[in-house]
Write a protein that binds this ligand. Structure first.
Ligand SMILES: [Zn+2]
Length: 387
């Protein structure tokens, strides 16, 4: 009996010990569960800090991308194009509402708003209200917004992201919309359209830079750059000159913008345009087109480097708005694509070709291999706004 008693006593201790152990385990499990839920909440918050950089090569069709790719390999540094370093690609149909061949205003409106409009129209009015652009949606999520271009800030492509006008040529009217857009950074040409508006921008807290030298100065002055919240910077009275005559790179302008925009913990949207690839397509000037491609590629190299430290929260999307010039590479005898390579332009205007798009970023949705231009808006919205 004594042995039995001792045995059941031991058994009781063992049961009590097991119970205590189970209780402690349960408490530990609950603590872990709560902290897991909390960390998921934090991850959810972080999701709101997504940023997107859209890089538009105006008029940058597949022919000039191919030409640059070979030219770089054969005549420059023996490397193929930076586009190899992107994560995926797809084709975009470029037609506008009224024409198979789009102009830049209708093309940019499709990307910025998700609506097709007629050629030469900037933005869209619906129910007497301007349709919200991807920049408006970003603002509603308390993100910062910016534009960096190598043309006037009021030119068709940038204008579609913040303005509405039935005619893209109304650049003075378009300039006024930039005030209402509440944009955080705008860097580009076209100071002449803003002369009367500069006091209003100053009142709204913008730092105004009058020329490229002032911009270079602020780029070097980290303290001043850190203090700058809103920036309106002009690099020219009207359009900036061609690449050969520019003493700055598009990547430098982009770097200033990103320095300011990335201070916002909620993320940002930035549209960068290599604006002039298109112009030398119109003029059928092959060498000038290649020079603009170089500036474009330098910018992508800078951005991909920036991406390395922002992988979880950044998508870089680069594409053209349409092809321009109808370039054909026709030198059947050539062994390499150098300055003597025979080329042929078929037009002084845009063509209807699909354009290739490339993206870098971790995405949780599928992109179809061929899409309409308005779906570019949906892709940006899915990544930047809906996630
Ligand atoms: Zn054009």
């Amino acid at each position: 009996m004594i042995i039995m008693n001792k045995f059941s006593k031991n058994r009781l201790v063992a049961i009590l010990f097991l119970l205590a152990f189970s209780l402690i385990s349960l408490i530990l499990f609950l603590i872990l569960l709560i902290s897991k839920i909390k960390s998921q909440e934090i991850t959810k918050d972080n999701k709101n800090s997504k940023s997107l950089i859209l890089v538009i090569g105006d008029g940058m069709g597949l022919p000039i991308i191919s030409a640059w790719d070979y030219y770089k390999k054969d005549s420059m540094d023996n490397n193929y194009s930076v586009l190899e370093n992107f994560d995926g690609s797809f084709l975009v149909r470029t037609r506008s509402k009224d024409k198979v061949i789009t102009d830049s205003a209708a093309a940019a409106t499709a990307y910025a708003t998700g609506y097709n409009v007629d050629n030469y129209q900037v933005g869209l009015l619906k129910d007497n209200k301007r349709v919200k652009t991807i920049m408006d949606l970003a603002k509603e999520k308390n993100k910062s917004t910016g534009i960096v271009v190598l043309c006037t800030l009021t030119h068709a492509t940038p204008a579609a992201f913040y303005a509405y006008s039935e005619k893209r040529s109304n650049e003075e009217q378009i300039a006024k919309y930039l005030i209402y857009s509440n944009i955080d950074v705008a860097i580009g040409g076209g100071k002449k359209y803003f002369k009367n508006l500069i006091p209003t921008f100053k009142q709204k807290g913008y730092t105004i830079l009058e020329n490229i030298n002032e911009l270079k100065e602020i780029k070097q002055n980290k303290e001043k750059l850190n203090k700058t919240e809103k920036l309106l910077a002009f690099i020219d009275e009207k359009h900036p000159p061609k690449q050969e005559l520019r003493n700055y790179k598009l990547s430098e302008l982009s770097e200033v913008a990103i320095n300011i925009l990335s201070k916002n913990k909620n993320g940002f949207f930035l549209m960068i345009e290599a604006s002039q690839i298109d112009w030398y397509g119109h003029d059928n000037l092959f060498k000038d087109q290649l020079n603009e491609m170089k500036d474009y590629e330098d910018t992508l190299n800078y951005l991909l480097n920036y991406y390395k430290t922002n992988k979880d929260n950044l998508m870089i999307l680069t594409l053209a708005d349409h092809e321009c010039g109808g370039l054909t590479l026709i030198d059947y005898e050539a062994k390499k694509l150098d300055d003597n390579f025979k080329i042929h332009y078929s037009t002084n205007y845009h063509t209807a070709e699909h354009i290739p798009a490339f993206y870098k970023g971790i995405i949780n949705f599928k992109i179809n291999p061929v899409i309409n231009n308005i779906e570019v808006f949906s892709i940006m919205k899915k990544y930047l706004i809906d996630q």
